[in-house]
Structures are given as structure tokens and as C-alpha cells.
Ligand binder design. Structure first.
Ligand SMILES: [Mn+2]
Length: 468
């Protein structure tokens, strides 16, 4: 009888409440808190959700499921607030279907009286244009604790005081390609350090001394630029789980909830756990617990060709695949090494088809590291998408020749802004812009205008010329 009076939205919430009940029965929640003190508080720390990423709809949905689970567990655990440290969306204007899901899930937390504090990541926004995340912020689905003001040449960050717990939260969003390094350098650290109370600092950046060497990006900052004396440092941007306590305080990078690249999924398959943190505190940290989120099992298999010919490689792949238990799993096959003969002799698609037919959720065959006689172009030894892209740009820029008819002024500008490292940097930014897909019902000219204005803003932001 009651159901007759519910609208679709309320029904959706009922479904979600039902899922919370199911989740509570899972063993991951069976930990007990050290303290039963009256004023024990808890917060959740989630990062790098990259909602809307993956062209493949199954992966896209699994990614959203991971986010939904993390929020439902946080609600069930009755956390007092939730921190999200950037790369909430995968691009600044994502497709609308994942945005709708994201809004519904954020609203669940808000309806349960749990505030969300969010800083932006490099993927979330474009400094010169309105992004989807700004619209969600306008709808007050979350609080941005990143307000600051300039005092002469120094940056004064403001604290946001969480009403219920009194925790003082502040942070710095991650911007495109290291724009915020200068911001850190100008930060009035003393003022932040002398503030009393339970303090949280949020950042979307790697800290050189904290993150492992193979996760070091060029935009990581030295720890000396980070203010000391905070109880908790919530990090985003690094797609690996890191938990370290040093004289700064407790520094935690939960890593992505699901992952947004094949490399992320490979790491998961190799045993890297994905999830988020629940931290309990009163006037200091009392407990720090990682909560694993596992929405699908990932199977990873590497096949290394040792100068095999195509028949031999094909046999080896067939043999390896037939031994795998693929049902309901994401299957990633990496074929690498040296192939004697032509790659085009092998129909890699048929292996995918075979794996899918046997009930796999998804199947991917990665042959980027398989070299053959035909391919002698740019050789990039990396699995990291960012490295591969920059390497290809670096090599291609080398082959660029200036037209002799250009004026010296233009030649100088090109040499200083578009050649070498500077050229590499801007190429990557522009490539990022081109990753924005056309939206549902967006017409071509609006799409062109949007992409053009993003591209132009990159030139403006970096102080490049674009007219002469
Ligand atoms: Mn990220």
C-alpha cells in the first residue's frame, strides 16, 4: 500500500537502503573501534573516482558502482563527514548519465546529514570555463574548503570548520600540469601551522618523499612545500594506496576507487587493493582503516613472445587463454616481446570473442609492447599512458622544421614556446582537451566552440601567443 504513494526517486532510495542492509552483512565491516568515548568522530576519505571514465559501458558502470558502495558504506558507518580529494569526474564535461548517478549518490549522503568536502583534481575542471563539478557545487552537493586570499605576495588559505566535529579543513585543488606549484611556494605555511585544533589538509598532488619512485610524476612537490602540524593529510592524484606517518602527521593516499586506465586495472589484478579510508578521531587520530571495494575480479595474463613467428604466438595465446577461468571476470591479456613476421597475420579480435563467449565480463588484449618487423617507428618503453604520450610528442617535435619564410619574431616565439619541453607540455594539454567527447544532443558547432574555447584557454593560461 505504501509503495503506491512513492515516486521513482523515493523508490530508488528504498533500493539503496536495501543495499546498505546487504552491505552491512559483509565481513569488511566487522572491525571494532578502539574507543567508545562519547565524542568519537569518523570521516571517510575517497579519491580519484574518475566517474564517467571508460568508453566501455560495463567498465563505466562498475566504476560508478564502486563509488556508490563507498558512499553507502560511509552512511552505514555513520561517518560525520566525507572527504573527496579530486578527479571526481574523468573530464570536466562528462556524459550526462554518469553525472545523474553521481548526483543521486552524493544526494544520499547529503540526505543522511553527512557533509562532503571536495577539492578538485586535474581532470575535473578547466580554469577558464564552467565544468560539471562547478554545477554540482552550485547545487550545494558538497563544500569546497579551498578558499584563499592574497596578502602581498603570499597566499593565505582559509580553514573551513566542520560544524558537528569542529575539525578544521583546508586544501589546494590540483590544476592542469603543475600550475599550482607556484601556489604552494607562496603559501603562508606559518599561519596554517599555528592554528590550533584538529586539522586536515587536502591536496591533489604527489609528495616526492612519500610516493614510490615509479609513481613519481613530474608535477610532484617536495614535502618542504607542505605545511606541517596537521593531524591528517588527505591526498589524491596518485593512483596507488599509500599510508605514511612522519613528523608532518598522517599522510594518506587511498588511490583510485576502481581505476581509470588499463594500467590501474593491471595493478589491481596484480594484487593492489582498491577502496577508501574511514578514520576515527577525537582531538587526534584514533584509528585509520582501509575499506576494500571490489566490484569485479580482474584476471591478468602476460604472454611474452621470444622471437616467435605468428603461428607460434597464436598457439601460445590460444593455449594460455584456454587455461583461464574467465566467467564473470574482467580479463586483461598483455602480449609483449618480439614477433618475427607480421602482426597483421594474427587476428587478436577472435581471442576477445572467445573469452567473451565463455562468460567474461570483458576482455582486452594489449599488444602495445609487442614489436614486430613492421613497426620500427617511435619505441616507447612504458605502460604509463602519460609517459607514452609525452615520449611520442617529444620524438615528433624533434622532426618539426621551421619554415624559413617566417619572421624572426615568430621563429623566436615558436622556439621558446612550442619546441622541446614547452611544446611537449602544451601538446599534452591540448590532447586532454580533445578527449572531451561530444555530449548527447550537443550540435557540432556548439561542440566545436566548446573545444575551441578550452584550447584557447590553455594558450591564455600558459601565456602563449596564439595570434600574430
Ligand atoms: Mn586521478
Amino acid at each position: 500500500m505504501i509503495f503506491l504513494t512513492l515516486d521513482a526517486q523515493q523508490l530508488h532510495h528504498l533500493v539503496i537502503i536495501d543495499r546498505v542492509n546487504l552491505l552491512s552483512k559483509q565481513s569488511i565491516l566487522k572491525y571494532s573501534w578502539k574507543s567508545n568515548r562519547y565524542n568519537l568522530y569518523k570521516f571517510a576519505h575517497i579519491t580519484d573516482c574518475h566517474l564517467g571514465s571508460w568508453r566501455n559501458t560495463k567498465l563505466r558502470d562498475l566504476n560508478l558502482q564502486a563509488f556508490e558502495k563507498s558512499i553507502l558504506i560511509s552512511i552505514k558507518e555513520q561517518v560525520d563527514f566525507i572527504l573527496i580529494t579530486g578527479d571526481f569526474f574523468d573530464v570536466n564535461i562528462p556524459q550526462l548519465a554518469p553525472v545523474k548517478r553521481a548526483v543521486e549518490i552524493l544526494k544520499c549522503a547529503r540526505d543522511s546529514g553527512i557533509p562532503i568536502y571536495m577539492i578538485y583534481g586535474s581532470h575535473d575542471f578547466n580554469t577558464a570555463n564552467i565544468s560539471m563539478i562547478d554545477i554540482l557545487h552550485s547545487a550545494e552537493l558538497f563544500i569546497k574548503p579551498t578558499e584563499f586570499q592574497f596578502n602581498n605576495d603570499s597566499v593565505i588559505l582559509k580553514f573551513f570548520v566542520d560544524k558537528k566535529t569542529g575539525a578544521k579543513i583546508t586544501g589546494i585543488s590540483g590544476r592542469k600540469i603543475g600550475l599550482d606549484k607556484e601556489f604552494y611556494e607562496k603559501l603562508d605555511k606559518k599561519r596554517l601551522e599555528s592554528e590550533d585544533g584538529f586539522k586536515i589538509f587536502l591536496l591533489h598532488r604527489g609528495i616526492q618523499e612519500i610516493i614510490p619512485i615509479d609513481f613519481q610524476f613530474k608535477d610532484s612537490i617536495p614535502i618542504s612545500l607542505v605545511p606541517k602540524g596537521f593531524d591528517y593529510y588527505g591526498g589524491g592524484h596518485i593512483h596507488k594506496r599509500i599510508e605514511k606517518k612522519n613528523d608532518h602527521g598522517l599522510i594518506v593516499y587511498p588511490g583510485p576507487l576502481f581505476g581509470s586506465t588499463f594500467q590501474d586495472l593491471e595493478e589491481t589484478a596484480r594484487g593492489e587493493k582498491r577502496g577508501f579510508y574511514i578514520i576515527s578521531f577525537d582531538n587526534q587520530i584514533l584509528d585509520c582503516k582501509f575499506i576494500e571495494i571490489n566490484v569485479a575480479e580482474i584476471l591478468y595474463k602476460e604472454i611474452s613472445s621470444e622471437k616467435w613467428n605468428s603461428e607460434k604466438l597464436e598457439d601460445e595465446i590460444t593455449k594460455n587463454i584456454s587455461e583461464l577461468q574467465v566467467k564473470n571476470k574482467i580479463v586483461l591479456i598483455k602480449v609483449k616481446g618480439k614477433l618475427v613476421g607480421k602482426r597483421s597475420n594474427i587476428d587478436f579480435g577472435k581471442f576477445n570473442l572467445d573469452i567473451s563467449k565463455r562468460g567474461a565480463l570483458l576482455s582486452f588484449i594489449n599488444t602495445y609492447n609487442l614489436s614486430s618487423d613492421e613497426t620500427r617507428a617511435v619505441v616507447v618503453r612504458s605502460d604509463n599512458k602519460v609517459d607514452i604520450e609525452s615520449e611520442i610528442f617529444r620524438e615528433s617535435i624533434k622532426n618539426f622544421h621551421l619554415e624559413s619564410a617566417l619572421s624572426n619574431k615568430v621563429k623566436n616565439q615558436i622556439n621558446s614556446k612550442l619546441i622541446g619541453k614547452a611544446g611537449q607540455k602544451i601538446s599534452i594539454s591540448l590532447l586532454d582537451v580533445l578527449r572531451n567527447e561530444k555530449l548527447e544532443n550537443e550540435n557540432t558547432s556548439t561542440y566545436d566552440d566548446r573545444i575551441f574555447s578550452y584550447a584557447k584557454s590553455i594558450f591564455d593560461e600558459e601565456g602563449y601567443f596564439y595570434d600574430n
